[in-house]
Structures are given as C-alpha cells and as structure tokens.
Design a protein around this ligand. Structure first.
Ligand SMILES: N[C@@H](CCC(=O)N[C@@H](CS)C(=O)NCC(=O)O)C(=O)O
Length: 212
C-alpha cells in the first residue's frame, strides 16, 4: 500500500497511527502542502478532494478521507482491532473521533488559516484567538467526554480509534497556541501515547519529509 500524505498533516498522522498500531507496512509518498502539491493535476487525479491523506491499496484502489481509510484498514486487517469491546464503548470511540474530525480539525485546516490571514487580515493574535475558540472549544468538549470514557487511553486501557484522532489534534493545538492547561485528561493521554512505540513511529518528526 502507498500512503500519500504530509508530515505535519493531522489527518495523515491519524492514518499513520492506525497503520502502526496494526503493524501494517506501507510506502510513503510525500505531498508538500506548503508548495500546493495537493492541488496539482497529478494529485487531484488520485484525490479529487485536494486534501491529504490518500491511501492507494495493493489492488490500486484510491481511498480518501482518513476516517474512511481507517475503517477500511479495520475491515481488511481486523487484528489488532482499533475498537473497544461492547457497542457502547465502540460508539464512544467513534463519537470522540467524529468530534475531533468534524468539529475541531476543519477549523484549523491550512486553507482556513490562509483564508483568515490573506483575505480577512487576521494577525497572529486573532489567529490564536480563533484557534482557541474553535478547535480548542471542540477539544474542551472532548475533555468532558473523556471523563466518562477514559482509562489509560481515550476509551478504556487500550489505545485505539479515538487516540488515532486525539494525538494529531493535540499536536496541532500545541503548534497553534491553544491553551490546553485545563485539559488534564487529554494531556495525560497525549503524554502516554507519545511513549508508545506505534505513536512514536507515526510522529511527524519521524517521517521522511519532516523538516527539522
Ligand atoms: N476530513 C479530511 C480532512 C483532510 C485534511 O483536512 N487534510 C489537510 C491536512 S490535515 C489538507 O490536506 N489540507 C490542505 C489544504 O488545506 O489545502 C480527512 O479526514 O481526511
């Protein structure tokens, strides 16, 4: 399989964590978002959304949207599973992942940042305020959900789907100055995940296209 992505992309990072947890090996094809390669004709032919990641499967299918890619991996490589036991725990894991994927990450995406800075004149302080209010606000809601679901990881004591979404979101939030000081459980899980070998392998700094 071949994963098209970018080292700092949170959506690519989710897929890398899932693949590392499942011990799936793959080739990596960097797409430089800062150079706009996601909008090139060649890349759009692979991913009509113009976003990373894209996963090319062994039989040549081109999969887009990190949630759909992770579901595909779960279906085709069920062990070790990313989902906790029991329908309620599974619903909670999916709810945390969905909250981060649809209510936090989109508001901090590169194209939104570019629009706010270039077309709306947002300076650094206004950007920080935006990041705290929108992605940060959604993360604060997830912190409250974790009070019901977390053990050592987001749902129970085994890392899984929700952690694949949480860790990249925290990585981005730290970059963009989101105040996470009151997000005790999120910080605790993040620190624990960083020490886990699969999360370490998937970390942006450990990717071939990482800029040191
Ligand atoms: N919902 C999509 C989000 C993908 C996404 O937003 N990717 C970002 C990087 S994290 C991207 O490609 N941004 C490029 C741009 O904004 O032009 C997914 O989960 O795959």
């Amino acid at each position: 399989m071949k994963l098209f992505g970018y080292w700092r992309s949170s959506a690519t990072y989710r897929v890398r964590i899932a693949m590392a947890l499942k011990r799936i090996s793959y080739d990596y094809a960097p797409v430089n978002l800062l150079k706009g390669e996601q909008k090139s004709e060649a890349y759009l032919a692979r991913n009509p959304l113009g976003l990373v990641p894209t996963l090319e499967t062994e039989d040549g299918a081109l999969l887009v949207q990190s949630s759909a890619i992770i579901e595909y991996l779960e279906e085709t490589c069920p062990e070790p599973t990313l989902l906790p036991g029991g329908p309620v725990a599974r619903a909670n894991a999916r709810a945390i992942a969905a909250s981060l994927a649809s209510e936090a990450q989109p508001f901090g995406n590169l194209r939104i940042q570019k629009y706010l800075k270039d077309e709306r004149g947002f300076d650094e302080a206004a950007m920080k305020d935006w990041m705290n209010r929108w992605p940060g606000g959604a993360m604060a809601a997830v912190e409250n959900m974790l009070a019901r679901t977390a053990g050592d990881y987001c749902v129970g004591d085994v890392p899984g789907l929700a952690d694949c979404f949480l860790v990249p979101q925290v990585y981005g939030a730290l970059r963009f100055g989101v105040d996470m000081s009151a997000m005790t459980k999120i910080n605790e899980i993040y620190e624990r995940c960083l020490k886990h070998p699969a999360f370490e392998k998937a970390h942006p700094d450990n990717q071939p296209d990482a800029v040191k």
